[in-house]
Design a protein around this ligand. Sequence first.
Ligand code: MG
Length: 186
Amino acid sequence: MTQKEPIHSHVVEKAARDLLEERGVAISAIADIVYEMQSEYNDSLTKEDCVDSINAVLEKREIQHAVLVGIELDKLAEKKELSEPLQSIVDSDEGLFGVDETIALGSVFGYGSIAVTTFGYLDKEKIGIIRKLDSKDGDEVHTFLDDLVCSIAANASSRLAHRLRDRAEELDEKEIEHRDHEERMA
Ligand code: MG
């Protein structure tokens, strides 16, 4: 058996980003959610910080793979190309299906407990574009996409929370060093 060539990660990342865009999910829309999640804890947080964090999350293979699988199934369901009964289940976003949440949840464990709890919160509250994707009007199928957006936003929020704490502690350390230095000079 011949070994198949691995797909280069840039190809996978680009495909995942293109799919999000194709399905109407802009990075800035996810950034709005991340900002809403994190701004109350950090006065200095900017939208740009949120965009940077999302971009870092989208570099992770487990996220890219979840996006590829989920959106593929949404698209096939939209074109009525899945086999029954899966077609009807995905098309109607059957409440007890749960595989959409499972795939998305599977990619939040890498970012720790804040990501997991934020995912649960977003899945329940459906803020911003998540609510829009979850509304079942029109012929579009976003059964998997709404959960994937929850996952990306939750991961980016968790990552930011940790980064901002590190940044604050680094500043504190510099401040302590500075004070010690001043004291020694006095
Ligand atoms: Mg769903």
